[in-house]
Design a protein around this ligand. Structure first.
Ligand code: G3P
Ligand code: MG
Length: 247
């Protein structure tokens, strides 16, 4: 079992690797985060047609690669043949959509913890979550702190049921009025909202309930400073280098 994510959680978590500096969710991005001094990264994961976990944000490869189509309709071999670097910058040509094992190797090499966002293709939430749990249980060393998060309630429910020992973050844009009930239903230890919906009152109420309050995606240093001053537990940012001076 992984150690508690929150025991070592820094107040700056680097988003999709460090996707302000390198193509999101690639090995180059994980390395960029480490090189910048990040101690924790957020990444997104889903499965392919042949049920292999890959690190990717969108359900299709269109935006980030030179290919077209749904990840869930491609085999791992087909996904791996794509260039996931050039669209960000030609100098990253040849970057690939990483496998789970490549992510794990990077986390170990760079000594970073991970907020693994379960990003299922709609309709594939159960299969996606079960496979991610199975592979992480098999391959993630105990020394790598892990936090699951998801916008998808079914993914959180499945994670709660099948891997209750892995902490869960409830992802949302705005904070629902009945956040406490919703978080309790999936045993969430943290609430992650879009930073524009954070208020000092909400932060206090959530923390008073014993829940960590995280905000994404904070790229403006003034916002970062204000939110950290307000006492959020962590900010998730594409540019960790802009935020370190405030923690
Ligand atoms: O986990 C924070 C953030 O990654 C959630 O939104 O769409 O960037 O995955 P998204
Ligand atoms: Mg994400």
């Amino acid at each position: 079992m992984s150690s508690s994510f929150f025991d070592t959680m820094p107040r700056v978590i680097s988003h999709r690797g460090a996707c302000g500096h390198a193509p999101e969710n690639t090995l180059a991005s994980f390395k960029a985060a480490a090189d910048l001094g990040a101690k924790s990264i957020e990444i997104d994961g889903m499965v392919t047609a042949d049920n292999q976990v890959v690190i990717c944000h969108d359900s299709s490869v269109n935006r980030c690669t030179n290919g077209q189509g749904a990840v869930l309709l491609k085999t791992l071999e087909e996904v791996r043949a794509l260039d996931a670097g050039s669209k960000f910058d030609p100098k990253f040509e040849g970057e690939k959509i990483p496998t789970l094992q490549e992510l794990i190797d990077a986390l170990v090499e760079f000594n970073m913890s991970v907020n693994f966002e379960i990003k299922p293709t709609a309709g594939w939430q159960v299969e996606t979550t079960l496979k991610i749990i199975e592979d992480l249980n098999k391959s993630l060393p105990d020394t790598v702190p892990l936090l699951f998060s998801s916008f998808n309630i079914e993914a959180l429910e499945v994670a709660y049921k099948h891997a209750p020992e892995i902490e869960r973050g409830y992802l949302t844009e705005a904070v629902p009025v009945d956040w406490e009930r919703r978080l309790k239903a999936v045993g969430a230890a943290s609430l992650h909202c879009h930073h524009s919906f954070a208020t000092t009152e909400l932060i206090k109420a959530v923390q008073d309930a014993g829940i960590r309050f995280l905000v994404y995606t904070v790229n403006n240093p003034e916002d970062g400073k204000r939110l950290l001053d307000w006492g959020v537990d962590a900010i998730i940012t594409d540019y960790p280098d802009r935020m370190f001076e405030f923690v």
